[in-house]
Ligand binder design. Structure first.
Ligand code: SF4
Length: 196
């Protein structure tokens, strides 16, 4: 005390008073921060998924509220990197870190839509309609343009008038099957969103 000047004395007194007052009121920074975290996620269900944006394919954990009871409205309330995923080990880039906005965006497309030739309007259609139409158009185009042999008689089995864009974030198994389907049809133009 003898070594303290007046300024140092008031500084230490004010710091002590503020700290003890907050403590008396129950404010201690560490428990308060821990409580906020636990409160937000404590009742959520964890679902593992893959970030849909780019070909890195980072693993994510989506935290959802709602236990599927009739009066509980389910909603995803938090998304973070999956620490157990071998690609990203819990990290996410800024795009992936903003995935919650993507999930809740009013502009998010949730159903197949169709715009007829010459029309300026998109019409919602069912998945059955969409898949039937795609299959029908693919078959018609393949029947009309499939090339089994070249003019020189070499077997090539090519279908070059239709291409496919697949998801680069698919699992190995999905990628394998997708390749099998596309190549067995003779499709040459095949890519994914890694370069988009
Ligand atoms: S978090 Fe970023 S790097 Fe990872 S897949 Fe999503 S967009 Fe790509």
């Amino acid at each position: 005390m003898a070594d303290m000047d007046r300024r140092q004395f008031f500084k230490s007194w004010a710091t002590g008073l503020a700290g003890s007052s907050l403590g008396m009121l129950g404010f201690s920074p560490e428990p308060v921060m821990a409580e906020a975290r636990a409160f937000k996620l404590t009742r959520t269900t964890e679902t593992r998924n893959t970030c849909p944006y780019c070909s890195v394919g980072c693993g994510i954990i989506m935290h959802g509220l709602g236990d599927k009871a009739k009066n509980a409205r389910s909603a995803i309330v938090h998304i973070e990197g999956d620490p157990d995923h071998p690609v990203n080990r819990g990290t996410l880039c800024p795009k992936g870190a903003g995935l919650l906005d993507f999930v809740h965006s009013p502009n998010r497309l949730k159903h197949p839509e169709y715009r007829a030739p010459g029309s300026s309007e998109w019409k919602r259609i069912s998945w059955d309609e969409a898949l039937d139409r795609i299959a029908r158009l693919m078959k018609a185009d393949r029947d009309a343009n499939f090339l089994a042999k070249t003019d020189a008689g070499r077997t090539v089995n090519r279908w070059i008038t239709t291409g496919m864009l697949a998801a680069s974030a698919s699992s190995n198994e999905t990628g394998y099957i997708t390749q099998k389907v596309a190549r067995s049809l003779g499709m040459i133009a095949f890519d994914n969103q890694a370069r988009v």
